[in-house]
Design a binder for this molecule. Structure first.
Ligand SMILES: C[S@@+](CC[C@H](N)C(=O)[O-])C[C@H]1O[C@@H](n2cnc3c(N)ncnc32)[C@H](O)[C@@H]1O
Length: 371
């Protein structure tokens, strides 16, 4: 029999009770795959790995049903789970640090006899929390106002809007009746309080009647869908108007122009293999494509966002907020970062990319599909 751990030993190592482990077994969350000769539960390496993921998400406050969906997801391997857990833990650590800072400030103010306003007292819990962290948070993905303006204008006078692949709610337009669709429990769990209601579903099979919304939008998500054309047809089915922010993978020109993929991460091209041409995506929604230039100081940290701020790609938090880096694998990531760091230090990057310094916005293949 493969090397195994008994239930008692696993409980002891993991710091949970044997009862908990029995419960996980009964509900099918972590089933020990073997029994000892005496008939006791025996945990093999794969079971222990799964238990580690379950306990990681549990400590982060996820419910057992959500955890089951996460660990059963066949598209997420052990490394992806570790990256995700790490990201969530770092976020929690930073959040705690920001709260400590806010509390220290208030204590200081009180010691000096200064009354803090109700607004100031609430900043540590609200969206302004990140302002306390300030520059330590370049990695966060958030609404870029200049791109949002384009998306919201394209939504026209739509009153009801479906946001598919909504993530944590960036780009959801204010002042309209928004419904979000997001398949990932991790992403749903990170939606801020007060965000639009969110349905757990996927683009390819939207649980809505035909033409139930004035408009459907999808931002930086289509490349994650297993079947982009089917998903886009679904958007077309459920809404009168469709607005999609995506990129043109068929134009090799921009890939050659973007120094990051050209000089450091050629593996990116492999991720695009099998990706439909822009014409197919446009046809699926029955509309047209408009170029969207990326401003040099883009505040949404997507892959291309830091084209004029190369040092940002050395920051792990920037990279972890973009799936490309996880998808190319740790070896390619390490090599790209090491090589970029060396070129920045030697001045080689600056020399090669001298022409970028004067640009305020770059055409890097990003497109708005409007139908
Ligand atoms: C990079 S995030 C973008 C989130 C948000 N729209 C934004 O702009 O910040 C991509 C999102 O697509 C979601 N997603 C992945 N597969 C999907 C699918 N088949 N249908 C809908 N959404 C999907 C992911 O869970 C993730 O939240």
């Amino acid at each position: 029999m493969e090397e195994h751990l008994t239930v008692g030993r696993v409980a002891e190592l993991a710091g949970v009770s044997v009862r908990t482990l029995h419960h996980y077994d009964e509900i099918g969350l972590v089933r020990p795959s073997a029994r000892t000769a005496a008939g006791y539960r025996a945990y093999l390496a794969g079971d222990v790995r799964r238990l580690r993921e379950v306990l990681g998400y549990r400590r982060l406050g996820f419910g057992l049903r959500e955890i089951a969906a996460l660990v059963d997801d066949p598209t997420t391997d052990a490394v992806a789970h570790l990256h995700r857990l790490r990201g969530l833990l770092l976020e929690r650590r930073d959040r705690a640090a920001a709260m400590v800072t806010a509390i220290d400030r208030e204590l200081e103010a009180r010691a000096m006899g200064i009354e803090t306003t109700p607004e100031e007292q609430l900043t540590m819990f609200g969206a302004q929390l990140y302002e306390v962290i300030g520059s330590a948070y370049p990695a966060t993905r958030r609404t870029e106002p200049r791109i949002a303006e384009r998306i919201w204008a394209a939504l026209g006078d739509a009153r009801t809007v479906l946001d598919v692949g909504a993530g944590t709610g960036s780009y959801e337009p204010p002042g309209r009746d928004v419904t979000a669709v997001e398949p990932s429990a991790v992403m749903r769990a990170q939606r801020p309080a007060g965000a639009a209601p969110c349905v757990a579903a996927s683009a390819e099979s939207l649980p809505f009647e035909d033409l139930s919304f004035d408009a459907a939008m999808a931002v930086s998500t289509v490349h994650h869908w297993p079947d982009p054309v089917a998903g886009l047809r679904e958007l077309r089915r459920v809404a009168r108007r469709v607005v999609v922010f995506t990129y043109d993978a068929s134009s090799t020109g921009w890939r050659e122009r973007f120094w990051l993929t050209r000089d450091y991460l050629p593996e990116f091209a492999g991720l695009l293999a099998g990706w439909p041409a822009l014409a197919d995506l446009t046809q699926a929604v029955g509309g047209h494509a408009e170029p969207v230039l990326v401003p040099w100081d883009c505040s949404d940290g997507f892959f291309e966002a830091y084209w004029r701020r190369p040092e940002a790609y050395l920051d792990e938090r920037v990279r972890r907020a973009v799936s490309v880096w996880t998808r190319v694998g740790p070896d390619a990531e390490r090599r790209a970062v090491t090589s970029l760091r060396a070129d920045l230090a030697s001045g080689r990057w600056a020399e090669r990319n001298r022409d970028l310094v004067d640009l305020d916005a770059a055409e890097l293949g990003l497109r708005l599909l409007v139908a």
